[in-house]
Design a protein around this ligand. Structure first.
Ligand SMILES: [Zn+2]
Length: 229
């Protein structure tokens, strides 16, 4: 597009929202159907029904803590930051991701960064095992991430916890942090210099979570970091 050459490219890390898309067992089915059509009504309008934890989405502390912050009480600044991508693609289905996987990145874990666990499990989106058999983070590793000041954890699986558990949720959300689930396309972050990410939820008032548009972009070096000729 002419005139758009200077615009920073954005990568989309979100699954599309569609009727009948995969949902966590027990969650509401997704339905997006025409409520009005060009032919009949002069314009197109969809009627959309979905759960607050549909597709690529964000968990607010209120998801598992009665007195936790609700979605609209979270500062938006919390939801963007430099990404610390942990490559755990070698982890077997159903296996644990422990502190030993995080330790090489320990020097970068601090307030303001977003920790992303790149398991590669998003390739199984749509398969029955997607919601049941993913790699998961140990509670000990979650505690250490939180102790380092990190408040945003993203995964390309249905949950950082194994199916049936919410232990990591309680640790991260209990610290006032958030969890982003069902990310996709994390391999493309390796193409970005200094990848930054942002998660932009629908502004559902008082909600426990919401679908997000998850985006990534190349970070800009701070003035002091630019190499002078
Ligand atoms: Zn969730």
């Amino acid at each position: 597009m002419p005139g758009h050459d200077a615009v920073v490219a954005l990568l989309d890390l979100s699954h599309p929202l569609t009727t009948g898309m995969p949902v966590h067992p027990g969650d509401p089915e997704v339905r997006a159907v025409p409520a009005a059509t060009l032919e009949r009504d002069g314009c197109n309008v969809l009627a959309v029904g979905l759960g607050s934890h549909t597709g690529t989405h964000l968990d607010a502390p209120f998801h598992v803590h009665a007195d936790g912050a609700r979605l609209d009480e979270l500062p938006l600044e919390l939801l963007t930051g430099p990404a610390v991508v942990v490559d755990v693609q070698g982890c077997a289905p159903g296996s644990a991701i422990g502190w030993e996987h995080l330790a090489p990145h320990a020097g970068r874990l601090r307030p303001g960064v977003v920790v992303l666990l790149h398991t590669g499990w998003s390739a199984r989106w749509g398969e029955p095992r997607y919601f049941a058999d993913h790699p998961w983070l140990t509670t000990d590793a979650a505690r250490r991430i939180v102790a380092a000041g990190v408040r945003v954890l993203g995964v390309d699986t249905a949950s950082p916890d194994p199916a049936g558990s919410l232990d990591v949720h309680r640790v991260v959300l209990g610290a006032g942090g958030v969890i982003v689930e069902n990310l996709t396309g994390l391999a493309r972050l390796a193409t970005l210099p200094d990848p930054h990410v942002g998660f932009f939820p629908l502004p559902l008032a008082g909600a426990d979570g919401a679908p997000v548009r998850a985006l990534a972009w190349p970070g800009t070096p701070a003035a002091g970091q630019v190499d002078m000729p």
